[in-house]
Design a protein around this ligand. Structure first.
Ligand code: AMP
Length: 423
């Protein structure tokens, strides 16, 4: 009886060899880009204590109430696969006293996250984000630099139809006042709201503004505007952010309805969407989180960051092309006997060390098949280790495109190829 094959879990995806080069490109571009701003990489563990997210992200948020992969460890600890990166990065910042090295700590990451959401295009249960966190400055120039970095990176990738929305949700005092007013406005409409919005009325009223349901958007048309509740300092801060973005010529839209889902945000929030995506159109989101360090047990320290989703960026860039053979091969070594195989293996290592991309058969195939493989890999040269050559301590070098071939001395192989490839 044949056994059933085991498939990947719903909401997770394999990144196959033909796709991984696109991932590598994004990762490499992001590293190059963000190093120019002085950020350094941080890598945090895949799981953390559940309390970190409950306290950091907020008890009433969607993530914490229904999307976390949480389990009880054998010793009774409650652990969770990380559903977002800001809380772990801030935990590490506090734990390792990173703030004592420099007054402004600039960290970036490229990582896997886990949220038990309903899978659909652009929404997975394991997905990937890259992002930055800058911890230590309360000033608007940091907000503007971070927003512009996110925008410029995405447009440099070649993404068009980008929309940058910015808002200020004020300091904690402003938000509490606004929240109360919003609840007063929504309460009489309660019965007309969806189940989820009714629940949010109790747990996280600001999130109701994120609704995508047209009837609800209509009901909320006259809801109070958060900008009216901002303190003078909040307003000044936001005006400065806006001015700096204008100076940098970053196009943006003011959107007072954009609150973002997590509890830790304060003052500036922003989101970058792409019109080329469907329902899940957010590519990147971020904001200021001035009280998070303190609420996780550190000294009060203002901070700001963003996170962007890799899967959605790839969708927006156009479906990745699944190509079969994109690897580079400079030289394919053709072997025929045990002796030539041994010679081939040692030559392949020597040449790889010199920097060449080497292919060699390990299926004991015929010479004809090995040549076919060399063609398929688009090797520039074949290095033939035939019996006659071995006897004379020589090899035959064949240029695949012209079929020109010549015998050369084994000892001059490296210099021959260095010359041919101008290394
Ligand atoms: P957030 O951490 O929710 O602010 O999300 C930041 C970015 O991560 C979003 O703009 C998306 O690009 C991406 N993202 C969030 N959730 C998912 C998901 N479930 N699947 C794929 N990408 C996601």
């Amino acid at each position: 009886m044949t056994k059933n094959i085991i498939r990947s879990v719903k909401g997770t995806k394999d990144i196959l060899p033909g796709e991984s080069s696109e991932w590598q490109k994004i990762e490499k571009s992001f590293r190059n880009f963000i190093h120019r701003y002085g950020y350094r990489e941080i890598r945090t563990p895949v799981f953390e204590k559940t309390e970190l997210f409950a306290r950091g992200v907020g008890e009433g948020t969607d993530i914490v109430t229904k999307e976390m992969y949480t389990w009880e460890d054998r010793n009774g600890d409650s652990l969770t696969l990380k559903p977002e990166l800001t809380a772990p990065v801030v935990r590490a910042y506090i734990q390792h006293n990173l703030g004592t090295e420099l007054p402004l700590t600039k960290l970036y990451y490229f990582d896997s996250l886990f949220r038990r959401e309903r899978p659909q295009k652009g929404r997975q249960r394991q997905f990937h984000q890259f992002g930055i966190e800058a911890i230590g400055s309360p000033f608007p120039e940091l907000d503007a630099e971070i927003i512009s970095a996110a925008y410029l990176f995405l447009s440099d990738l070649g993404l068009s139809k980008l929309k940058l929305k910015i808002n200020s949700i004020g300091s904690n005092i402003a938000r509490e006042m606004y929240s109360r007013e919003l609840v007063n406005f929504i309460k009489p409409l309660r019965n007309k709201l969806s189940k989820i919005s009714q629940k949010r009325l109790e747990t996280n009223p600001l999130r109701i503004l994120d609704t995508k349901i047209p009837e609800e958007i209509d009901l909320l048309k006259n809801a109070p505007d958060i900008t009216k509740y901002l303190t003078n300092e909040d307003q000044e801060h936001f005006q400065d952010v806006v001015k700096l973005l204008e100076i940098m010529e970053i196009p943006f839209i003011l959107d007072s309805r954009m609150v973002r889902g997590l509890d830790y945000y304060s003052r500036t929030t922003f989101e970058i969407t792409s019109d080329s995506l469907g329902g899940q159109d957010a590519l990147c989101g971020g904001g200021r989180y001035d009280s998070l360090v303190e609420s996780l047990g550190g000294k009060p320290t203002p901070a700001m960051g963003f996170a962007a989703g890799v899967e959605r960026i790839l969708i927006a860039l156009g479906e990745t092309q699944i190509s079969n053979y994109t690897n580079r091969t400079d030289i394919f070594i053709i072997t025929m006997s045990k002796d030539s195989l041994e010679m081939g293996i040692s030559l392949s290592n020597i040449l790889r060390k010199e920097g060449f991309y080497i292919g060699m058969d390990s299926l004991r195939r015929s010479v004809k098949s090995q040549f076919r493989e060399a063609n398929k890999l688009r090797a520039q040269y074949a290095l033939i280790l035939g019996e006659e050559e071995m006897k004379q301590n020589k090899v035959t070098v064949k240029q695949m495109s012209s079929s020109d071939q010549s015998m050369i001395d084994i000892n001059s192989i490296s210099s021959f190829f260095k010359k041919s490839f101008s290394l």
